[in-house]
Design a protein around this ligand. Structure first.
Ligand SMILES: Nc1ncnc2c1ncn2[C@@H]1O[C@H](COP(=O)(O)OP(=O)(O)OP(=O)(O)O)[C@@H](O)[C@H]1O
Ligand SMILES: [Mg+2]
Length: 227
């Protein structure tokens, strides 16, 4: 599913070049799950942004499901994100004027969404039920707690039934019970739908449940624990 070879990523800032990823490689098979850990600032979000076609590497190649991600046009990248990918952002980016349910339905607004509105809405409600927000469908984001916003963002990432989920701290601000709820949902998708899962997390319990754990250190990934 994911084959990333020798990825480097540097950011140009006034006065200096910040080298974040330095020849990083990653292989993740179809249906596999892995956790990525590493200290703040080591490049975890940078890596997910590259894999999710939100940014391009300075050098190196990324193949996801047979597509060369670093070479997609903006339009192709948008199509890839809308149809093949579920992305849970570290900052969840809910649209403030839309309700919880409407936020989860945002991916549907992509021009070439095939499914009927009622089918997508049913699945959105079901996902919100699963993340424990069945009673908050009509709340606006400012009326939600931090953890509820995060859980809404997880539901939104899954509404297009992605083959690959990239999640950046999907349990970041959650208590242990909600962490388990999100972990259950992601692992259920991984086991039942064979969704490939790559999860950045500081949560040891979640990393342990996922099994394969990779540590991002010195700009590359290191195997931290085998299943
Ligand atoms: N657009 C940018 N321009 C310049 N430097 C950047 C940019 N984005 C990130 N960086 C730097 O790159 C490094 C990696 O950032 P990144 O967000 O990938 O870290 P992270 O591992 O996700 O950290 P955290 O656990 O705090 O979320 C940081 O030192 C950051 O300051
Ligand atoms: Mg980050």
């Amino acid at each position: 599913m994911i084959s990333a070879q020798q990825i480097s990523k540097s950011y140009e800032t006034p006065g200096e070049t910040v080298e974040v990823l330095k020849g990083l490689s990653l292989e993740l098979a179809d249906g596999e799950a892995a956790a990525i850990t590493g200290p703040s600032g080591c490049g975890k979000t940078t890596l997910l942004n590259l894999l999710g076609a939100l940014d391009r590497p300075t050098s190196g190649s990324i193949d996801i499901g047979g597509q060369k991600i670093a070479e997609l046009s903006d339009e192709e990248a948008t199509h890839f994100r809308n149809h093949s990918l579920g992305f849970v952002f570290q900052q969840h980016y809910l649209l403030p004027q839309l309700s919880v349910l409407e936020n989860v339905l945002v991916p549907r607004l992509a021009g070439d969404w095939q499914e009927s509105e009622s089918d997508t809405t049913d699945r959105a409600r079901d996902l919100l039920e699963k993340v424990g927000l069945g009673h908050r469908l009509n709340h606006l984001p400012w009326q939600l707690s931090g953890g509820e916003k995060l859980r809404t963002a997880v539901a939104r990432a899954l509404v297009n039934q992605p083959k690959l989920v990239l999640a950046d701290e999907p349990t970041g601000s959650l208590d242990p019970a909600s962490t388990d709820t999100i972990a259950d949902l992601l692992l259920e998708l991984n086991q039942d739908q064979k969704t490939t899962l790559l999860v950045v997390t500081h949560n040891h319990a979640l990393a342990h449940r996922i099994g394969r754990t990779l540590e991002l250190r010195d700009g590359a990934l290191w195997s931290a624990m085998a299943k």
